[in-house]
Design a protein around this ligand. Structure first.
Ligand code: FMN
Length: 159
């Protein structure tokens, strides 16, 4: 799988998911695309709006993407968990690109809850099962000790 062309796509509000995305892309030496949510998600107000949008499964307005997912063999999609589900930006990316997705794999970062539910909802939205999933707790990412798990995940992508 990852011997073919791979794209890592992620959204991150605070940098935790970005860190994992960058490590996966570095391991795979592949393209990476950050999804940019045009809504201001900063501060307490931004947090509340983010939780509300995630809970209601609202779509966001995201900036134009630079990489066409259909020109890859595998797209690895990463999100923070918001209100026990995916971020609004990743929900939007998956909804808008559903018909153009090749094989998929998922990763997420979380305070600790919502992993299985988020993966299940990402799978439902894509309409296809992921080849692999990686869930990491934010505090482990911050401590820089997820590398072993990331390497194992990348190993599964390589088949
Ligand atoms: C709006 C919002 C809702 C969240 N909801 C949850 C949640 O339901 N369960 C959980 O364990 N963590 C939750 N978190 C924590 C994030 O999933 C976690 O901090 C994540 O690593 C943040 O990623 P980022 O730094 O890439 O934005 C939430 C964070 C935000 C901003």
């Amino acid at each position: 799988m990852a011997d073919g062309k791979t794209l890592v796509v992620y959204y991150s509000r605070k940098g935790t998911t970005r860190r994992v995305a960058e490590e996966i892309a570095a391991e795979l030496q592949c393209d990476i695309e950050e999804i940019v949510d045009t809504k201001d998600r900063s501060g307490a107000r931004g947090w509340m709006g983010a939780a509300r949008d995630a809970r209601a499964k609202n779509l966001a307005v995201i900036e134009d993407i630079k990489h066409d997912p259909s020109s890859y063999d595998l797209v690895v999609v990463g999100t923070p968990v918001w209100a026990w589900t995916m971020s609004a930006a990743i929900r939007t990316y998956l909804a808008e690109n559903k018909g153009r997705l090749p094989e998929v794999a998922f990763f997420l970062t979380t305070g600790g809850t919502g992993m299985r539910r988020t993966f299940r909802q990402m799978e439902e939205l894509c309409g296809k099962p992921p080849v692999a999933c990686l869930g990491l707790k934010a505090r482990h990412v911050r401590k820089k000790d997820p590398t072993k798990k990331i390497k194992a995940f990348v190993g599964r992508l390589r088949g």
